[in-house]
Design a protein around this ligand. Sequence first.
Ligand SMILES: [Zn+2]
Length: 65
Amino acid sequence: MADAAAERPIVCATCGEVAADDEARALARLTWARGTENGHEVWTCARCSREHLRSIEGKLDSAWW
Ligand SMILES: [Zn+2]
């Protein structure tokens, strides 16, 4: 019997990067940010999380000036 949840690829909602194989999915679960949007899982890859964080910090910085 196949485990459908385990077989489902993890896709970055921001850039569309796909963690398709077992190794990539295992890494994604550790390093990607998981959120929930309208009741379903939304993943953001490590790179986009960093970019997102930096843009938030950038906005905070510009608010100070
Ligand atoms: Zn991404």
